[in-house]
Structures are given as structure tokens and as C-alpha cells.
Ligand binder design. Structure first.
Ligand code: SF4
Length: 80
């Protein structure tokens, strides 16, 4: 899915789920942190939402997942 700022939408929008489904370590690598950080650059252009077959508010979903990700990184929220 083309995102003008290069956010890996499919992966990043379900990060909270991924962190809890498998050992979280593989999702907390510096490379993945870089990918998640791109969410800060979201333009809220709505291109992704318009293409979403489930009519999700994708930018809001990304933001929510990013906040959770940061809490896991800091240790505030514990996962496996
Ligand atoms: S709203 Fe954000 S995530 Fe969606 S396409 Fe635009 S910049 Fe990318």
C-alpha cells in the first residue's frame, strides 16, 4: 500500500497484536523501531483509510499502536 511517508501500514497497524502473539523481541529491533517511528510523520492524508476495505480509521489505529509500542519499549507495559 503506497504511503507518501513510507509507513509499513499493514505491519505497523497491528503491532500491538504482533507483540502479544509471538516473543516480542523480534518486533523490538532497532530496524523495527525505525519503522514504527515513521508513524510520527503521518500526514493524516487519508489515502490509506480510503483504500481500507474495512473502513478503518487507519491513521488513528497507527497512532494507538505506536503509543502501545513505546510503552512496551520503555517497560511500562509488559509482554512476553
Ligand atoms: S494517513 Fe498517514 S499512514 Fe495513511 S497514507 Fe497518509 S501518511 Fe500514510
Amino acid at each position: 500500500m503506497p504511503c507518501p511517508v513510507g509507513i509499513m501500514i499493514n505491519q505497523c497497524a497491528r503491532m500491538s497484536l504482533m507483540l502479544r502473539r509471538a516473543p516480542s523481541k523480534s518486533w523490538l529491533t532497532p530496524e523495527m523501531q525505525e519503522e514504527m517511528k515513521k508513524i510520527e510523520n503521518c500526514l493524516h492524508c487519508g489515502q490509506c483509510s480510503r483504500k481500507c476495505p474495512y473502513e478503518l480509521d487507519t491513521p488513528a489505529l497507527l497512532q494507538k499502536n505506536y503509543e502501545d509500542y513505546q510503552k512496551v519499549l520503555s517497560g511500562e507495559v509488559k509482554v512476553q
